[in-house]
Design a binder for this molecule. Structure first.
Ligand code: S3P
Length: 450
């Protein structure tokens, strides 16, 4: 790594051009899931007593969640040798107001879900802030529904932006109608509902990742989910206190997506083990299959106390161009974090692709719609944003060498690194350390594959 000005820059060397077959081979174990690690820490900290989280993701986002609960009185330790995090908590009724503001760093999941939990605890007072990226991201989407049931939340731009101050209150039951396909918004409301007497109902226009619901059901909460048209309606009845116990985290499909696309483009055979198999998360697998990637998934298994099943993904590719694809808006929430890397694959497809309904991509760790487009254009691809759709022409055979600033957005950084492997010269990617948000060992794995 070199420092360009004050900012670190990584030079990524491409795979040799020429014959594209059998460039990479091997087997990798999928890193642990970020969303499920966050929620495991949250439920363990809400429970009174000792819990163990097996195979946790120790990425920066999940560390922010752990640090927050330490500040409220939980003891949380990482036993790296055993591959577990141990949580000893006084439980949510025993938390004390932290003396200092909580630093949520880059983590939207921490900010939004903890806002829901804290707002519903009378007597708790929490202030929180984040990094430059998180400070720009919309918090009104959780603050407004929480205020509608009595929450007292103050902050910049009338509480629509961090920093926030949350004064916990007794909240009221309500049927919430959310107009965004956001698992973070739904989860914030449901988690607040655990401390509400009666029914908290959330209706969403499109179903999204459902780990909060699945974990609550497994913990014994009274929770039901109904399909309503293309959307969903979830009802939780409070109050509910989770019990301390064991949580086991499966591999993160969002991380597996980078290597799946790398294998499809470079050619070769790659096995990715322990990948979470949940239809609300595996939209990228559907898309790869539609594009003609030879992808097989082993029979899903629920081993060693896993709540959700895992599969082994095998990708076999001769490196020849795949087909273009047209994805419907309903698929977007199931692959929202995978769009940058799918767009890279689409750039090399034999025909055009259109990814529909990506408005939520504009409010991620960066404006990922604009920044994904920028990456493709820098590499010489033909692409455009059309309303909320990303349109990629396809037909790229070798990317032009590029220098890219991913705006410290981990997923853009990883997508750029994969694209750089297919470029016609060394590429530079700024602030590569940002991958630690969700995938601390990313570059080691990428290099180990060739
Ligand atoms: C997450 C939900 C998604 C996703 C994020 C993690 C979660 O965000 O992009 O990386 O853990 O609930 P939205 O629900 O806001 O789309």
């Amino acid at each position: 790594m070199t420092a360009s000005g004050t900012r670190p820059t990584l030079t990524v060397h491409p795979l040799a051009a020429g014959s594209v077959s059998r460039k990479i081979s091997g087997a990798v174990v999928c890193p642990p899931d970020k969303s499920i690690t966050h929620r495991s820490v949250m439920f363990a900290a809400m429970a009174k007593g000792a819990s163990v989280i097996e195979n946790p993701l120790m990425g920066a986002d999940c560390r922010a969640t752990m640090a927050a609960f330490r500040a409220l009185g939980a003891t949380i330790t990482h036993d790296a040798a055993a591959g577990v995090v141990r949580v000893e908590s006084p439980g949510m009724d025993g938390w004390s107001s932290p003396l200092l503001p909580l630093d949520f760093a880059n983590s939207g999941t921490t900010a939004r879900l903890l806002a829901g939990i804290f707002a519903a605890i009378p007597g708790l007072f929490v202030t929180c802030y984040g990094d430059a990226s998180l400070s720009k991201r919309p918090m009104g989407r959780v603050v407004e529904p929480l205020r509608a049931i009595g929450a007292k939340i103050y902050g910049r731009q009338n509480g629509h932006l961090l920093p926030l101050a949350i004064e916990g209150q007794k909240l009221a039951p309500k049927a919430h109608v959310v107009d965004k396909a956001s698992a973070q918004v739904k989860s914030a409301i449901l988690l607040a509902g655990l401390n509400v007497s009666g029914e908290t109902k959330v209706t969403l226009p499109v179903g999204g990742r459902d780990h909060t619901e699945k974990m609550l059901a497994a913990l014994g909460a009274q929770i039901t989910t109904k399909r309503v048209g293309g959307g969903e309606e979830i009802t939780v009845t409070g109050p509910f206190r989770p019990q301390a116990g064991r949580f086991r985290v499966p591999g993160d499909p969002s991380s597996a997506a980078f290597f799946s696309v790398y294998a499809a483009l470079a050619g070769g055979k790659l096995e990715i083990q322990n990948v979470l198999e949940n239809p609300t998360r595996t939209g990228f697998m559907t898309v790869l299959e539609r594009m003609g990637v030879r992808l097989t998934r082993s029979q899903p298994k629920r081993e060693h106390g896993l709540l959700e099943p895992v599969t082994t993904l095998s990708i076999e590719s001769d490196g020849k161009p795949v087909r273009g694809v047209d994805t419907e808006p309903e698929l977007a929430p199931t692959m929202i974090d995978e769009i940058p890397i799918l767009a890279v694959l689409a750039a090399f497809a034999s025909g055009p692709s259109r990814f529909r309904g990506l408005s939520e991509l504009r409010v991620k760790e960066s404006d990922r719609l604009a920044k994904t487009l920028e990456l493709l254009l820098l590499a010489g691809a033909d692409a455009k944003v059309d309303g909320d759709d990303l349109v990629v022409a396809g037909g790229l055979t070798r990317a032009r060498a590029f220098r890219y600033d991913p705006d410290e957005d981990h997923r853009l950084c990883m997508a750029a690194a994969v694209l750089a492997k297919l470029a016609d010269g060394p590429c530079e990617v700024q602030d590569p350390d940002c991958v630690a948000v969700s995938f601390p060992g990313f570059f080691d794995v990428l290099n180990s594959l060739g």
